[in-house]
Design a protein around this ligand. Sequence first.
Ligand SMILES: Cc1cc2nc3c(=O)[nH]c(=O)nc-3n(C[C@H](O)[C@H](O)[C@H](O)COP(=O)(O)O)c2cc1C
Length: 364
Amino acid sequence: MRRKILAAICISMVLGAVGCSSSGGAEEEAAETMPENITENTVAEESERNSSPGKILVAYFSWADNAVLEDDVDAVTSPSVIPPGNVQQLAGWVQEETGGDLFTIRVTDPYPSDWDECLDRANEERGENARPELEEQVENLEEYDTVFLGYPNWWYGAPMPLLTFLGENDLSGKQVYLFCSHGTGGLAQSVEQITEAAPDAVISDNIFDCYEEDSASSQEEIQSWAGEIAGAGQEAAEESAEQSAAQRISVQFGDNTVIYELNDSPAAASLGEQLPITVEVEDFSTNEKIFYPPQELDTSDTPAAEGGAGTLAYYAPWGDVVMYYDDYNENPSLFELGQAVSGAEQIGEMTGTIIIDLADIGDE
Ligand SMILES: Cc1cc2nc3c(=O)[nH]c(=O)nc-3n(C[C@H](O)[C@H](O)[C@H](O)COP(=O)(O)O)c2cc1C
């Protein structure tokens, strides 16, 4: 009976909050599932983070993990108290997809397994703005970079134990992805409450939410959502690692290697594009080793060379790349390509055939 009343209130609040959806990038869906007062300022924008999702935590709250199951529990009126709970199941799939560590938020004083009694207690806790005590905290929380946080809608928002969790486990700076199972009430005030409880967490607006009766059949949808998040972060990280490796070049002669970090000038880029180069190094003056790349470098928008020993430069009139191992005089035709970051002391010894190539991280 009480369930029907609750459902009726929820239906009048949010129509159409059935099925499963993820709101990231789809503004229409976000408008349908997000409370009106959630703005771009209260939910951190999904930022293209050029970093790996890193270590992943999948933390969730679910009634089934927080009730003492009585023998006579009515599976019809209190369905999700019987394991697996809806969010419990969703969390398991997210964990399976992302390989994260699973953490179930559990209160020390379990909720009644009777639907009406559970509603009453949850309602009281909401009214008192209570923070029910938790059994345990996440170990080594500082190691996690990304947190998938799952919860059911309880009384138009986040269950109070979830707010206890956020108060006791500092998610500042971590990337947080929410997933929620609910009745017809949708996400209601939950995102706003979570944002308030974890103001320094980076809460994505790419939220997965699922109508209670569809939760059990949403494995594919939630795994595709979580997989895209974890995969996109990984790809961005790999791309960024490749880019940073491309900014370093190695000059190898005999058993020795000098590593240069290139600047982001067009001249440095045009040298990078010609690699690998195998060439005879030449001596010049008392402070330079030089070689001629096959093609001229593009010196537009390239800074003048003004470092000392260790500078990698390009002398445009002759078209040679210069590796300095002692001080030199500045010259308007001398452009800086980068600086030695390791092996600079060997430059003066360079002789014979040298191989210039993009540096692997392991070369350093
Ligand atoms: C105490 C309580 C309060 C609830 N309040 C709401 C609500 O306000 N709006 C809503 O849409 N669903 C509400 N629900 C339904 C749950 O959000 C939904 O059944 C969810 O799928 C349960 O997930 P779980 O099985 O992991 O606990 C409530 C359920 C409980 C037990």
